[in-house]
Each structure stands twice: as structure tokens, then as C-alpha cells.
Design a protein around this ligand. Structure first.
Ligand SMILES: [Zn+2]
Length: 274
């Protein structure tokens, strides 16, 4: 029997999950989009306004991720597509809010009026920075970038989170037991390790040596197991590089070696005792 080395989501999306996403997602796009439109209108600092698209995208994305978690949706594709669609919706809603706040008389359903109003604003310009007041094509390019950031985060945030989760199909629940172990000797030859794992040689993992806590480069093992059935165990491995910024603040950047390798009980126990 063919057995996958790595865990992959089953792609299942229960009806309850779809309902959860179908209610919470549009509600988030509507509420957050509306707040965003007014915030852009009333916040005088253009720099802060430039950060807001990140917040709106991350906000919509977080609601999509929360719905997937609550509703047990195990499909990265579905979550990404829903997130992107809701990002587009939030971008549209913020336009309507912005135009309404600026005095235009239109509603969410008036797509034609919204388009005409945006055209009128583009012709006149909406704001200036460093004495430059973009209009026409430049303004459309900035708006396009703004929308792209919102949509990319709305889709990318929940998809990224889902890829980091694992679901026990036996117990119908997300894995919540997680143990991070570090620092170990960093992985020097990723390919050699992967080749051994591909041959089913899990002992390749047991050679990790603990190293000094202050090491700038080290490996980190993440162990996850299902507390329900005790039969589902996953191991992830990252190389980590520690650096410090000018203020001495620590920054850890992780490079994935592999994520969610399925291992047997004895390998798991041996790893947890390293
Ligand atoms: Zn289980």
C-alpha cells in the first residue's frame, strides 16, 4: 500500500464549516471594509493610510482562518479562493464607504454609480504627498496596488495558517498538542536527510545533537500528536538563524526543511527525548 511520507489536508469541507465561512466572511468584509473606508477618509497621515491595507487584508484573512478552524475546513484551495473573493468584496465595500463618507449618495448595489464616482475622483485627485497629487493612471496604479495587497493578504493569511495546521481524520479534530524543541545542530545537507527519509529511514532523524543556547544557527524540531487516538504523530524541521537589529532586538528567521512528516510511536518518543 502506498503511504504518503508527509501529512496532507484531506480537502474536506463540512457543511457546517461552509455555513460558518459563508456568514462570518461576508460580515467581516462588510464591517472591516466599511471601517477602512471611513478611516482612509478621516486619517490625515498618509503613512498610516499606507499601512491600513495590510490591516484590512490581515483582518479579513484572520476571520477566514477562524471560520476554517471552527468549521473544520481542510481545504487550502477553498480557503484561499474564499479569502481572495472576500478581499475583493472588502475592497469594493471600502470604496462605497469612502465615497459615502465624502458625500456621494450611493449604496452597495449601485455598482455603476460607484464606478462613475471613482472615475470622477481619479480625474481630480484624492490626496497629495510631497506636493505630488496623483491623478488618472498614477492614481489607478496606487489603488490597484492597494487592492492587490488587501486581496493577497485576505487569501494568503488563512492559506498560510491552514498549511501550518494538521487534522486527525480519525478523531475529527485539529491537532492541538505541539512541542517545539531547539536548539540542535543545524541541518547541513538537506538532500541527504530527505533521501534517507524517502527510503523510510526514520533513524536519520535521531542523530540530532543539542547545541549551545546562544548559537546563531540551529535546527528546531516541532512535534505534534493527536491526544485523542494517540496514533497520529507529525514532525516538522526548520533551520533557524538568529540575528539582532540595531536596537539589539532578536530576530529569528526560519527556513523550512520539511513540514508534517508522519512518524511511528517509537520514533516520536525517541525524538521527544532528544
Ligand atoms: Zn486522533
Amino acid at each position: 500500500m502506498h503511504h504518503d511520507l508527509f501529512y496532507r489536508h484531506s480537502g474536506k469541507a463540512p457543511i457546517a464549516g461552509l455555513l460558518c465561512l459563508g456568514v462570518a466572511g461576508p460580515a467581516a468584509a462588510l464591517v472591516l471594509g466599511w471601517i477602512y473606508g471611513y478611516a482612509i477618509l478621516w486619517i490625515p497621515w498618509v503613512y498610516l493610510a499606507a499601512v491600513l491595507p495590510l490591516l484590512l487584508g490581515a483582518g479579513v484573512g484572520a476571520v477566514v482562518a477562524g471560520s476554517a478552524r471552527l468549521g473544520k475546513i481542510r481545504s487550502v484551495g477553498l480557503v484561499a479562493v474564499s479569502g481572495a473573493a472576500l478581499g475583493v468584496a472588502a475592497t469594493y465595500v471600502q470604496w462605497v464607504a469612502w465615497l459615502t463618507g465624502a458625500g456621494a449618495e450611493l449604496g452597495l448595489a449601485d455598482v455603476g454609480l460607484v464606478r462613475a464616482a471613482i472615475g470622477a475622483v481619479a480625474a481630480e485627485g484624492a490626496w497629495s504627498v510631497f506636493g505630488w497629487e496623483p491623478t488618472g493612471g498614477s492614481l489607478y496604479a496606487i489603488w490597484g496596488l492597494e487592492g492587490l495587497v488587501i486581496v493577497a493578504l485576505s487569501a494568503g493569511v488563512p492559506a498560510g495558517m491552514l498549511l501550518d495546521w494538521a487534522f486527525c481524520e480519525n478523531c475529527d479534530g485539529w491537532l492541538t498538542d505541539k512541542m517545539e524543541m531547539a536548539p540542535f545542530d543545524p541541518v547541513r545537507d538537506e538532500q541527504v536527510l530527505k533521501n534517507r527519509l524517502a527510503r523510510g529511514d526514520l533513524a536519520a532523524l535521531l542523530g540530532f545533537e543539542r547545541v549551545d543556547l546562544a548559537r546563531a544557527q540551529f535546527a528546531k524540531l516541532t512535534l505534534k500528536s493527536c491526544s485523542g487516538c494517540q496514533r497520529f504523530r507529525l514532525v516538522s524541521l526548520h533551520n533557524v538563524e538568529r540575528s539582532y537589529d540595531k536596537e539589539g532586538k532578536e530576530d529569528l528567521s526560519e527556513t523550512e526543511i520539511f513540514t508534517h512528516l508522519e512518524v511511528d510511536a517509537s520514533t516520536y518518543d525517541a525524538l521527544s527525548k532528544l
